[in-house]
Design a binder for this molecule. Structure first.
Ligand SMILES: [Zn+2]
Length: 458
């Protein structure tokens, strides 16, 4: 029999066996207790209110520093055995208060909705004014070559989720935002405008996000256009291919500053030197207040600790809540955490991340060997109570990724994803966008899987 068939039938038998015995299984009782505790006494929602009231938590900002203090106090108040701050130097970039893109060649100026990508450089005070070349891809810029010299390149490929998931659609479109500035600058362009990464086809909100400037290539200003403004600009270009746009951005890069990952522990009763991490990222973009991205992951992870503590559940391995800093600027905190873990010889057994929004639970994505994935799949029957029993291979996540390289099985919480990019990195990502039952259901599912991994292993 082919190996994968052995594994698949093994999973089937394991799931079947679990269902057969589940009525008399003490782990089912634990699952029910976790569910009741989170439903009755859950704090993730009120914690999210507090965290988002601090405001945006851009890497290196005052909001991020306040969130560090808040998270530390919060985990102490829930009775963590140990809470500590792990220093990391993080990027510091500011948006400033000028973000304007104006079509200047029309009889009346037309204002487009625009926001700087981070860490874009700013423009001169008077702005950058030039003709606009619309493209659909980075390849097209390469082919146009000298034709974009002195121009503003306008990347307008849609993030199209037709027949696929929103996350896959994001993956297929985001190269424009991430690498578009350097690709255009290489051919002599003076700035870039990028269609916002959202599945909303006609949204007034621009969605920001990270770009990467390639070494040795001029850093040119880069901004996201709302999809509404991108549609408008494309239509205007059809009637006047020679139109001009003036782009003004007051964004600025600064020297890195000192910040922290926030770490809270529930010491393992039997194998305290083995760790199961559960976490999210504490920093956010600055246009909303970082609710779905990733306030929900932060408060769900804290809720895992609170729930286990409140129920007196102390698993064999140490449960470590890690709130990572500066994920949005390249996963800086995650790299620091993993390098410290390696230097200290800490054995990370498994790491769960919640950074796909606070929507209704669906399941978990597992990065690991086929054997590890199959081992996580056998816990699916216990996650069914939360509708979080879809376990698929792949999808661990940015912040836990570096721990995977050290042998940990890395796991990403999967909520319903269809609307995540309505909010993602935009002014719409606020507390009001989160539903309490969805948020708490996810926290309970994460607490259950964390407990199972820390208590029973793989
Ligand atoms: Zn995120």
């Amino acid at each position: 029999m082919h190996f994968s068939l052995v594994v698949r039938s093994g999973i089937f038998l394991a799931a079947f066996a679990a269902r057969e015995t589940i009525a008399s299984d003490p782990l089912v009782e634990v699952t029910r207790k976790i569910s009741a505790e989170v439903t009755t006494n859950g704090k993730a929602y009120s914690d999210l209110r507090e965290l988002t009231t601090i405001g945006p938590r851009l890497s290196g900002s005052e909001g991020a520093a306040k969130a560090v203090e808040w998270a530390k106090r919060k985990m102490e108040s829930y009775g963590a055995d140990r809470v500590f701050l792990q220093p990391a130097m993080v990027p510091h970039w500011t948006r400033g208060n000028v973000e304007r893109a104006t079509v200047t060649s029309t009889p009346q100026p037309i204002f487009l909705k625009v926001t700087a990508l981070g860490p874009s450089v700013g423009t001169p005070k008077e702005g950058v004014e030039a003709g606009v070349v619309e493209v659909q891809s980075l390849d097209e810029v390469d082919k146009l070559g000298a034709a974009v010299r002195g121009k503003i390149v306008f990347y307008n490929r849609r993030m199209d989720a037709t027949g696929t998931s929103a996350f896959r659609a994001y993956g297929k479109a985001v190269d424009q935002r991430y690498r578009g500035a350097s690709a255009a600058a290489r051919q002599g362009a003076v700035a870039v405008l990028v269609r916002s990464m959202t599945t909303l086809p006609d949204d007034d909100n621009p969605h920001t996000g990270m770009l990467r400037y390639e070494d040795g290539i001029a850093m040119i200003p880069a901004a996201a256009l709302s999809t509404h403004s991108a549609n408008e600009l494309a239509a205007l270009l059809k009637s006047d291919p020679k139109l001009t746009v003036n782009l003004k951005l007051s964004a600025a890069q600064h020297s890195p500053v000192s910040s922290f990952n926030v770490i809270g522990e529930l010491t393992g009763r039997d194998l305290p030197q083995e760790y199961v991490v559960v976490g999210g990222h504490l920093d956010s973009w600055d246009l909303g207040s970082g609710a779905h991205d990733d306030g929900t992951g932060v408060v769900q992870s804290i809720e895992v600790l609170r729930t286990l503590k409140a129920l007196g559940l102390r698993p064999r391995r140490t449960v470590r809540v890690v709130l990572f800093m500066a994920e949005e600027f390249g996963g800086v905190g995650a790299k620091e955490y993993a390098s410290q873990a390696k230097a200290k010889g800490e054995k990370h057994f498994a790491a769960i991340e919640s950074d796909s929004g606070g929507f209704a639970p669906v399941g978990f994505g597992v990065d690991g060997s086929d054997k590890q994935v199959a081992a996580v799949k056998r816990w699916a029957p216990y996650l069914a109570l939360f509708h979080a029993d879809a376990i698929k291979k792949g999808g661990g996540g940015t912040d836990v990724g570096p721990l995977g390289a050290q042998g940990a099985v890395t796991i990403g919480y999967i909520p319903a994803g269809a609307h995540y990019f309505d909010f993602h990195h935009s002014a719409r990502d606020r507390f009001e966008a989160v539903n309490i039952e969805d948020l708490h259901g996810g926290a309970a599912a994460m607490a259950t899987l964390t407990y199972l991994l820390a208590e029973k292993g793989l």
